[in-house]
Ligand binder design. Structure first.
Ligand code: NAD
Length: 252
């Protein structure tokens, strides 16, 4: 197994890509602290991991609460004696062009898509530095490497978090703490409900996916989870400051 004796901390791990990543990390031997704003979802994923013989614990955590996020990461590391992998995943998508997005909605996007990743990495870094090793995976999006239509808050914050990830990568490379961004394309999870409405319904969204993505389909959470395991493990030991795009060539 690739991640035996490692401890992972996942935010937004109760559904979709975060859930699939948590299951995949646990399947490779990691003990996974599954956190989510919705405690029932976090618990369900931790129970699913336990049922398949893995190790996990569930914690309720809203990443917009900086003090709670910092405290959860510190206490998780203290309880389990180490912290090897941080997958900072929770995010928000507010659709709209410049004149349609309010400053408050822009602030909300910034809080989830940039600030929470800053806070999480800031809490994990001292532990990883002291260990002389760690992998921080920040979920951006392929919207961080391309420009969507009518998505100013999302595209701006997802670009910004890649810049922040690269800056951290340079600053902490000597400590062997690797910082990489995960950039999924379309994955069929509840996260796209807002975009579905913006497109005019499910049928229009399916047509869009078939047309706009060169591979002609959605990615699956499990396909993205393979990227998470790769970035978490020593398979990517010399990779830091990278934005790993997994999107069926949509951004090309
Ligand atoms: P999802 O809707 O399946 O799951 C999101 C989970 O995050 C839910 O369990 C929800 O309860 C939790 N959550 C929401 N707000 C939270 C908060 N403030 N604190 C803690 N937990 C919170 O979504 P998903 O598909 O896993 O996508 C989520 C992340 O992946 C986002 O960062 C998003 O930008 C990114 N992403 C998704 C797609 C996609 O197509 N699904 C593509 C690119 C990037």
């Amino acid at each position: 197994m690739l991640l035996e004796d490692r401890v992972a901390f996942v935010t937004g791990g109760g559904s979709g890509i975060g859930r699939a990543g948590a299951l995949a990390l646990a399947a490779e031997g990691a003990l996974v602290v599954v956190t989510d704003r919705d405690p029932d979802r976090a618990r369900a994923v931790a129970e699913e991991i336990a049922r398949t013989g893995g190790q996990a614990e569930a914690r309720a955590l809203d990443v917009s609460d900086a003090a709670a996020l910092t405290a959860e990461i510190a206490s998780g590391a203290a309880r389990h004696g180490r912290l090897d992998i941080l997958h900072s995943h929770a995010g928000i998508q507010i659709p709209g062009r410049l004149e349609e997005v309010s400053p408050e909605q822009m602030d909300a996007s910034w809080t989830l898509n940039v600030r929470s990743h800053f806070v999480a990495a800031r809490a994990a870094m001292p532990v990883m530095k002291a260990q002389g090793k760690g992998s921080i995976i920040i979920t951006s999006s392929n919207s961080g490497v391309q420009y969507d239509r009518e998505m100013i808050a999302y595209a701006t914050t997802k670009h910004a978090v890649i810049a922040m990830t690269r800056q951290k990568a340079v600053d902490y490379a000597r400590h062997n703490v690797r910082c990489n961004a995960l950039c999924p394309g379309f994955v069929d999870t509840p996260f796209n409900d807002g975009f579905e409405s913006q497109m005019g319904g499910r049928r229009a969204l399916e047509d869009y996916v078939a047309r706009a993505i060169p591979m002609g389909r959605w990615g699956t959470p499990e396909e993205i989870a393979q990227g998470i395991v790769f970035l978490a493990s020593d398979r990517s030991a010399f990779m830091t400051g990278h934005a790993l795009v997994i999107d069926g060539a949509e951004c090309l």
